[in-house]
Design a protein. Structure first.
Length: 398
C-alpha cells in the first residue's frame, strides 16, 4: 500500500476548530485521524506538512518502522507539537492499514478485550458555564450545577468529572490560572477557591445522588502546596479520583502519598520515556494517556508500561467524535483499562460532521466493529462549517 497524498482539513467547532489528517493510498482506502491545535499546540498542521514529505510516495510498512523513521528525523526536538504531528500521521496510517485488511483498528492493536467501555461525563458543568452559546442550558449558578448533575443520572451515566469554578462573584466562571485565565502565575490556592470547590461538589452530589461517581480535575492550577491544601479541604467528600498535573514525578508521588483519593495524571506526557519516571516513583493510581497526541501504537506501549507497574490507564478525550472512536479502539485493546473520558454536551452540528456518531448504552460506550476507526469525517459537512481563526483555547475573561 503506497501513500499518495497527505492533507490536513479543519472545520468550525464553536469555541475551537476540529483538525483532521487525510491519508490517501493507491490501495483505494483513505486513512483518517483527528488532532488538536488549540490546547497549547499551535503548529501541528505545519509539522504534519513537513513530515508528509517523508512518507508520500512510500509504501506503508507498519507503525514500528514509520515511528522509528520519523522519530529519528525529528530527534533533536522530539515531543511537543512534533510528537503530536507524528501521532496524527500514525493514527491516520493505522486507520488506512486496518481498512485495507477489512478489520477494526483494535484488531491491529492486538485484539479486543472488551465490547463496551465505562465512561464518565466530562466537563460537567464546564462547557455550559464556559461556552453557553454552544451548549445548553447555560449554567450561571450552583442551581444550574445541581441540575446538570441530575441530568447525568437521568441519562443513565454512572460518573461525571468537574473542574474549578467561582460562583460567588456574579455568574459562575471557570478558574484556570494554570492556563492563564486569570493570569496568576504563582498558582496560589486561597480560601475562595476552596470554598467554591466545596460548593461545586456539594451541588453535584445533591443533583447526582449517592450512586454517581464524581471525579475532580485540578489540571495545572496549583503547585504542590496548593494541591495538598485542596486535598485536605475536600477529604470528607466521596470522590472517584482527583486528577492533577505536575511535571515533577517526585512532587506527584509526594502528593499521592498524602491523598486519601486515588490520583490520576500524565495526560500531557509523550511516550514511555516521559511516562516511566512517574511509574518508577509510584506517582499515580491511574495514568491518563492521550492517544491523539501519542498515536495509538505508541499509546499501547505506554499502557503496557503501566500494566507492568500495576497501574491502569484512562484515555484523555475531549475532542471531536473521531477522537472518541480512536480512543475507544485503544481502550478496547488494553487489558488495564480503568474508565474513559467523553463529552456528552456536544455542538448542534457535531453528529453531522461524521459518518457515525458514538453510541452509548447504560453509561458505556459501545466499541464499533466497522473497519478502521469505525467513522470518518464527511468532507462536505466540514466545508459547510469552515474553520475560523482563533488564538489560544482559553480566552482570558477574568
Amino acid at each position: 500500500m503506497k501513500i499518495t497524498a497527505v492533507e490536513t482539513l479543519a472545520c468550525d467547532a464553536g469555541w475551537r476548530n476540529y483538525h483532521f489528517v487525510k491519508v490517501s493510498t493507491d490501495a483505494g482506502v483513505t486513512g483518517w485521524s483527528e488532532y488538536d491545535e488549540g490546547f497549547g499546540s499551535p503548529g501541528v498542521s505545519a509539522v504534519i506538512a513537513q513530515l508528509a514529505g517523508a512518507i508520500v510516495g512510500q509504501s506503508y510498512v507498519g507503525p514500528q518502522r514509520f515511528h522509528a523513521d520519523v522519530y529519528a528525523r525529528t530527534r533533536p526536538a522530539a515531543g511537543g507539537v512534533v510528537g503530536e504531528g507524528i501521532g496524527a500521521l500514525e493514527n491516520a496510517l493505522l486507520d488506512a492499514h486496518a481498512k485495507r485488511l477489512g478489520v477494526p483498528c483494535y484488531e491491529v492493536l492486538g485484539g479486543k478485550v472488551r465490547d463496551a467501555l465505562r465512561v464518565y461525563w466530562s466537563h460537567c458543568p464546564a462547557w455550559r458555564i464556559n461556552h453557553p452559546q454552544h451548549y445548553g442550558p447555560a449554567i450561571t449558578d450552583l442551581a444550574g450545577v445541581e441540575a446538570a448533575a441530575a441530568q447525568v443520572r437521568e441519562r443513565g451515566f454512572s460518573a461525571l468529572k468537574t473542574n474549578l469554578f467561582i460562583h460567588d462573584e456574579g455568574p459562575s466562571f471557570a478558574w484556570r490560572p494554570g492556563f492563564s485565565s486569570p493570569f496568576s502565575p504563582e498558582l496560589n490556592v486561597d480560601r475562595r477557591v476552596i470554598r467554591n470547590l466545596r460548593a461545586t461538589l456539594e451541588a453535584l452530589r445533591r443533583g447526582a445522588g449517592d450512586d454517581i461517581d464524581i471525579l475532580v480535575d485540578l489540571n495545572f492550577h496549583a503547585k504542590t502546596e496548593g494541591y495538598l491544601k485542596i486535598l485536605r479541604a475536600i477529604q470528607d467528600f466521596d470522590l472517584f479520583w482527583v486528577e492533577l498535573d505536575s511535571y515533577s514525578p517526585d512532587a506527584l508521588a509526594f502528593i499521592r502519598g498524602q491523598s486519601r483519593f486515588p490520583i490520576s495524571s500524565c495526560e500531557t506526557l509523550f511516550g514511555g520515556r516521559e511516562l516511566l519516571p512517574f511509574l518508577r516513583r509510584q506517582a499515580v493510581d491511574v495514568a491518563i494517556i492521550d492517544t491523539v497526541w501519542n498515536g495509538a501504537w505508541q499509546a499501547m506501549k505506554m499502557a503496557d508500561l503501566c500494566d507492568i507497574h500495576e497501574v491502569n490507564v484512562a484515555p484523555h478525550n475531549f475532542y471531536g467524535h473521531l477522537c472518541t472512536f480512536m480512543n475507544a479502539h485503544f481502550a478496547a485493546a488494553v487489558p488495564n483499562f480503568r474508565i474513559m473520558e467523553t463529552d456528552i454536551d456536544r455542538l448542534a452540528w457535531d453528529d453531522a460532521l461524521f459518518t457515525h456518531a458514538p453510541q452509548y448504552r447504560d453509561g458505556h460506550l459501545i466499541v464499533p466493529d466497522r473497519p478502521g476507526w469505525g467513522t470518518e469525517p464527511d468532507e462536505a459537512a466540514l466545508r459547510a462549517h469552515p474553520p475560523k481563526p482563533h488564538g489560544l483555547i482559553y480566552a482570558r475573561k477574568h
